[in-house]
Design a protein around this ligand. Structure first.
Ligand SMILES: NC(=O)c1ccc[n+]([C@@H]2O[C@H](COP(=O)([O-])OP(=O)(O)OC[C@H]3O[C@@H](n4cnc5c(N)ncnc54)[C@H](O)[C@@H]3O)[C@@H](O)[C@H]2O)c1
Length: 292
């Protein structure tokens, strides 16, 4: 029978093993000084809401980096336009699926199809979202409909996608889930209850999945919170209002181009971003750190 002191010594040795970096036994590839890859070539991704704005730019940045991209959106015309735009530069890189993210059985079917057609999956970008307003006062009785629709698209859909993709993602050596929330998680305005609530909830579900999946080592889950971005979602705000808002609220004094968010999303997807997990990252020109 081993002495108690032997047992503690063995436990301590086991702990030292855990404390060694998971890169300890990995060698830098020939011709390079460092071990982790900054290449996404050959990886496979799903981007939701990829027909416009940040989703479209994310699909394009991924394709530029050699990723096979599944372009998912509600609108068939938009899906085709983005697929054609990508494939004109990177032939056969993009494939399109018409998919309403609020339709749970369609989401499961599309995830299955993408994984079959691509032969696996490494990256899921949960980007589709809507902002339809609604607060304490309801003049046309539509608040509850708008609330339900926002929860379905901005929140529930993300969980359905993650659950449908996790079995395939666990087979990747560097799987990445990026959820797009909003600076509405940190700061908010009047009449935007469902949007603000769902975007805050996205950071919560991200953290829960990050903790649950962390033990598999190969998969990370993170949230990006874009600030004021020039897309269809903000098209109804006049240029004058955009300018005065940016001057008042954003230290960089401007709205962002959607590619500026897409580039950050893709940075998180690099195999080299291997220890970033469960975070909430604002991409907002400094908006949320400004005191007044
Ligand atoms: N634009 C901003 O200032 C801003 C700021 C913070 C966060 N966001 C978030 O960024 C994400 C992308 O927004 P964007 O600004 O690029 O908007 P966008 O309107 O340009 O693009 C959103 C895309 O999502 C698609 N979509 C909407 N409902 C869908 C559904 N049910 N199923 C499938 N696709 C659907 C639309 O067809 C559209 O192509 C959203 O989650 C949004 O909430 C935007």
């Amino acid at each position: 029978m081993s002495k108690p002191s032997d047992k503690y010594a063995q436990k301590a040795l086991n702990r030292i093993d855990i404390l060694r970096s998971h890169l300890s036994d990995v060698k830098a590839p020939a011709g390079r000084l460092t071990k982790l890859s900054r290449s996404l070539r050959g990886r496979k991704a799903i981007v939701t809401g990829a027909g416009s704005g940040m989703g479209r730019e994310t699909a394009k940045v991924l394709a530029d980096e050699g990723v096979q991209v599944a372009v998912l959106d509600l609108d068939e015309g938009r899906v085709k336009a983005v697929v054609d735009e990508i494939n004109a530069v990177h032939p056969t890189c993009a494939k399109g699926w018409v998919c309403d993210v609020a339709d749970r059985s369609r989401v499961k079917q599309v995830c299955k199809e993408v994984i079959e057609v691509f032969g696996g999956l490494d990256i899921l970008v949960n980007n589709a979202g809507i902002s339809v307003g609604g607060g304490a006062f309801d003049e046309d009785g539509s608040f509850e409909t708008r609330w339900d629709k926002t929860v379905d698209i901005n929140l529930t859909a993300l969980v359905i996608f993650i659950r449908a993709c996790v079995p395939a993602l666990l087979k990747s050596d560097a799987a990445r889930i990026v959820n797009i929330a909003s600076t509405e998680h940190f700061v908010t305005g009047p009449g935007n209850a469902a949007y603000s609530a769902t975007k805050s909830a996205v950071t919560g579900l991200t953290r829960s999945f990050a903790v649950e999946l962390g033990k598999y080592q190969n998969i990370t889950v993170n949230t990006i919170c874009p600030g004021a971005i020039i897309t269809d979602m903000t098209a109804r705000i006049s240029p004058e209002l955009k300018e005065s808002y940016a001057k008042r609220r954003v230290p960089m004094r401007r709205y962002a181009d959607p590619e500026e968010v897409a580039q950050m999303t893709v940075n998180i997807c690099l195999p080299a971003s291997s220890y970033l997990n469960g975070t909430t990252i604002p991409v907002d020109g400094g908006m949320t750190i400004r005191h007044t």
